[in-house]
Design a binder for this molecule. Structure first.
Ligand SMILES: Nc1nc2c(ncn2[C@@H]2O[C@H](COP(=O)(O)OP(=O)(O)OP(=O)(O)O)[C@@H](O)[C@H]2O)c(=O)[nH]1
Ligand SMILES: [Mg+2]
Length: 419
């Protein structure tokens, strides 16, 4: 592994317009580089009123970067912003190493992690969509990008081919995705018929979504201290404290400036989130940028057109000494709770909140109503759909389909006589 670890230099223009500091932004970029298997050997930042439209960095700084790359013997220079075709072309000409941007880096990580057919198709589509506009006027120059981080993955063999070929491939992949989406649609319909509510785990990458799914359902989803460990949706059932089950969906994590090509390509996967009944937003309460991450997730949800789904916020990693959960925070994000997916603390409370927030769906249940509580029988007939009724010696047994919140009230009433 050590032999083929790429040595990376990070570079960025700091126009001081971003939501987070340059230092934090580069720390995340370094983490992404690490997740792609590269070792960061240096970084260079230019303070400037925006990037240069042609060369991204200013002239002098570009020379400095070229020199720095020589000194550090870097194999790859990684830009913290998405580069235009012009910028990428010029930088590639001037720097004696592979040049990739934040988007390509994220795409490369996705390419590494894609195991299912669905994941692979979506990553290749995203890579080609990124590549297509960057081929304009570039001729065959891309063939020089060989074997590095940016050219890894399913798109690799296509990088040298012309636009027409890429367009044809994009059309092919889209057709395949249409089939995948149709299959997912059928699966969703089957779930809808079974009347099981679906809860999607969303959150910033590395927040602990997969750990939580494993904790709650005994699933065996890969958990890693890496960005974008999970790509494919995993779905598992979980019992709710109020009764009934829900399906939990764990899927791809979000990040600041999630590449648009990726969001567009991952529609089939992200539709699981779009069609969920509610979302559990898992936040990493031990991360210094927790609030910015919360905002970034809400922003991506907005991009996906998800505005009005009920959200329960789970502030995870409460066990960590760095965890920064306050009463004020919980109140601001209510319904919310503190949890540790690692130790299990707070997880039952989370399920209780989920059960409370779940849109009032219908659940089938059997109720034994003692004769003195005869008014409950009338009430059940009024509020629900009674499918079976049997008169026993001391009670009436009714099988009723009822709204979940009503069902809970009836059970409470019948068990202790209070409402
Ligand atoms: N201390 C602590 N660490 C946790 C907790 N939950 C998860 N982690 C750690 O956080 C890291 C990321 O966990 P994952 O479950 O893979 O996170 P994820 O949200 O699924 O990440 P992606 O799939 O990459 O989006 C792992 O190293 C976990 O061990 C927790 O409650 N406490
Ligand atoms: Mg995961």
């Amino acid at each position: 592994m050590a032999d083929n670890t790429a040595r990376a230099v990070l570079f960025a223009v700091d126009a001081q317009v971003d939501d987070i500091s340059m230092e934090d932004s580069l720390a995340e970029l370094a983490q992404l580089a690490g997740s792609a298997g590269a070792e960061v050997v240096g970084q260079l930042v230019q303070r400037r009123n925006g990037a240069d439209p042609h060369s991204y960095l200013g002239e002098g700084k570009l020379d400095e970067l070229a020199e720095y790359i020589g000194e550090t013997a870097a194999d790859v220079a990684i830009c913290d912003d998405e580069l235009t075709a012009t910028q990428l072309g010029l930088l590639t000409d001037r720097l004696e190493c592979e040049v990739i941007d934040r988007t390509q880096l994220i795409l490369a990580i996705f390419a590494d992690r894609a195991h299912s057919r669905e994941g692979k198709v979506q990553v290749e589509l995203a890579q080609l969509r990124y590549l297509l506009p960057r081929l304009v006027g570039q001729g065959t120059e891309y063939s020089r990008l060989g074997g590095g981080i940016g050219t890894r993955g399913p798109g690799e063999t296509k990088l040298e081919t012309d636009r027409r070929h890429i367009r044809r491939r994009i059309a092919e992949l889209k057709r395949e995705l249409t089939k995948i989406r149709r299959r997912r649609e059928l699966q969703r319909e089957a779930r809808r018929d079974a009347n099981t509510p679906v809860v999607a785990l969303v959150g910033y990458t590395n927040a602990g979504k997969s750990t939580l799914l494993n904790r709650l359902t005994g699933a065996d989803v890969l958990v890693e201290d890496l960005l974008f460990a999970t790509l494919d949706p995993t779905i598992r059932g979980v019992e709710l404290p109020q009764g009934g089950t829900a399906l939990l969906v764990d899927t791809v994590g979000f990040i600041r400036k999630l590449p648009h090509a990726l969001v567009a390509a991952f529609r089939a996967t992200l539709e699981e989130v779009q069609h969920a009944d509610i979302l559990v937003h898992v936040a990493d309460s031990a991360h210094p940028l927790m609030e910015e991450q919360l905002d970034a997730v809400m922003q991506v949800l907005g991009e996906l057109g998800i505005y009005d789904k009920p959200i329960v916020t789970a502030f995870n990693k409460a066990d960590s000494p760095e965890s920064a959960i306050t009463e004020g925070l919980l109140a601001r994000f209510s319904p919310a709770c503190a949890i540790s997916a690692l130790t299990g603390a707070g997880c039952q409370e989370l399920l209780r909140l989920v059960g409370e927030v779940l849109p009032d769906r219908h659940v089938m249940g059997v109720y034994k109503v003692p004769y003195p509580d005869g008014h409950v029988i009338a009430w059940l007939h009024e509020q629900g759909r009674v499918v079976h009724e049997a008169y026993k010696s001391d009670s009436v047994e009714l099988q009723v389909e009822l709204r979940a919140s009503m069902a809970e009230r009836v059970r409470r009433y019948l068990s202790d006589g209070t409402v």
